[in-house]
Design a protein around this ligand. Structure first.
Ligand code: S3P
Length: 439
């Protein structure tokens, strides 16, 4: 969708209501991206179910089709990928447009650094402003040739034919995208590639590589692999995205009378910071029917309304809840007392500057929220009514939609089209659960 169309989508949310019933939110975005990437590089067929049919994962899918991979679907979340093997991708005839998707761009930078052909990666205005040096720098150390703008941003111009060599990389930021980018380049490198992370980040790449038979060594905060092995296609059942479930966990917690079950949610321990933080705030969240699908733990999450109180968010939980802070800020605004977040400067370089945009939006609703360089201080209390701008950030739009459950009047949210990047059908599903939302 173009920028001008995207600005035209607005949400109007009437105050009050409660969330009830059982529902399944769409598939995990991180796992959906990786299913296309690794399924394409595998030998043989990969069948995916529960694939996220959102703009971001569809951008990855289109990019691999443009590199000659036969991909059928998605139809009702089912995708069939005829893997071409690690050396079977074809040169794309045009730049690959990855839209709003940072995961696509950063992971593909690593994967394409090892190909024999040139490729250019572009994105929308938001993605074109996000930092890419964090992947370009370690990839260059491996021998990759990747050009950026003077500001270290996309377009990324990747020169093929580089001879990559494994590196031992200590990441300065806790980033699963950087870790994954270096590991994917490592598939094409001579020798061993190791990444050490300053704090645990989502490990879906490592799990899926191992699931496809690629030898991966993991030891604490360090992961290593050697180039030259192969991937075997497999069946991938993508669980519901805990990052999408998060809006409902917060909404049901703050709306009196709520009682909601979120089915088949991925509860990989590198992703469950949102549950831990909400429980520390007093939330009632039960983890039921735990099981494992395709190497990823899943469960049904049973959430009931509860009285929340403010907390100091433990910094070690930040990377484990990195995408959930827009929703958590809304929970904090409804909680009794003060919530303090520190150590989250990464939020400033997401799809929007999530610290500033959320502080502005909360202030517009009468909440006492103070942005700090690396977090926010929120005094919980009443949420008023008003207009907020999501700045084209899907998670900001959905977080403010949930805020209406506890607001004193209607909330109008502008620039909401990008909700489709991660959560197609949000308005309908939230409406069925009890949110008074119109688009
Ligand atoms: C993602 C990693 C996270 C997250 C993003 C998806 C991934 O980014 O914010 O939405 O799929 O690897 P960082 O690793 O840059 O923190």
């Amino acid at each position: 969708m173009s920028g001008s169309d995207s600005k035209s989508v607005r949400f109007s949310v009437a105050p009050g209501g409660r969330l009830q019933g059982r529902l399944r939110v769409p598939g995990d975005k991180s796992i959906s991206h990786r299913s296309i990437m690794l399924g394409s590089l595998a030998e043989g067929e990969t069948r995916v179910t529960g694939f996220l049919e959102g703009d971001d994962s569809l951008a990855t899918l289109a990019a691999f089709k443009a590199m000659g991979v036969l991909i059928e679907g998605p139809v009702n979340g089912r995708v069939r990928i005829q893997g071409v093997g690690l050396h079977g991708l074809q040169p794309p005839s045009q730049p690959l447009d990855l839209g709003n998707s940072g995961t696509s761009m950063r992971l593909m930078a690593g994967l394409l650094a090892g190909q024999s052909f040139n490729a250019t990666l572009t994105g929308d205005a938001s993605l074109s402003g996000r930092p890419m040096k964090r992947v370009v720098e370690p990839l260059a150390r491996m021998g990759a040739h990747i050009g950026t703008t003077d500001r270290g941003t996309a377009p990324l111009v990747i020169r093929g034919g580089a001879q990559l060599t494994g590196i031992d990389y200590a990441m300065p930021v806790a980033s699963a995208q950087v870790k994954s980018s270096v590991l994917l380049a490592g598939l094409y490198a001579s020798g061993r590639t190791c990444v050490t992370e300053p704090a645990p980040t989502r490990d879906h790449t490592e799990r899926m590589l191992a699931g496809m038979g690629y030898p991966v060594q993991r030891d604490g905060n360090r992961v290593c692999l050697e180039g030259g092995h192969m991937l075997r296609g497999m069946a991938i059942d993508v669980p519901a995205d805990i990052s999408s479930a998060a809006f409902f966990l917060v909404g049901a917690s703050i709306a009196p009378g709520s009682d909601l079950v979120l089915e088949h949610v991925g509860i990989n321990p590198t992703r469950t910071g949102v549950i831990d933080i909400l429980i520390r705030m007093g939330a009632s969240i039960g983890i039921e029917n735990r099981r494992e699908v395709g190497g990823e733990p899943v469960a049904d999450l049973h959430v009931r309304a509860a009285r929340l109180h403010g907390i100091d968010i433990p910094p070690e939980l930040v990377p484990l809840a990195i995408d959930e802070f827009p929703a958590l800020f809304v929970a904090a605004a409804c909680a009794e007392g003060r919530t303090v977040l520190t150590g989250a400067e990464e939020l400033r370089v997401k799809e929007s500057d999530r610290i500033q945009v959320m502080a502005d939006g909360l202030a517009a609703l009468g909440v006492n929220a103070q942005a700090t360089p690396d977090g926010m201080i929120i005094e919980g209390g009443a949420i008023g009514a008003g207009r907020v701008n999501s700045h084209g950030d899907h998670r900001i739009a959905m977080a403010f939609a949930m805020a209406a459950l506890q607001a004193q009047g209607p909330i109008e949210i502008s620039d909401c089209a990008n909700v489709n990047t991660s959560f197609p059908g949000f308005v309908e599903l939230a409406g069925q659960a009890g949110l008074h939302i119109e688009s």
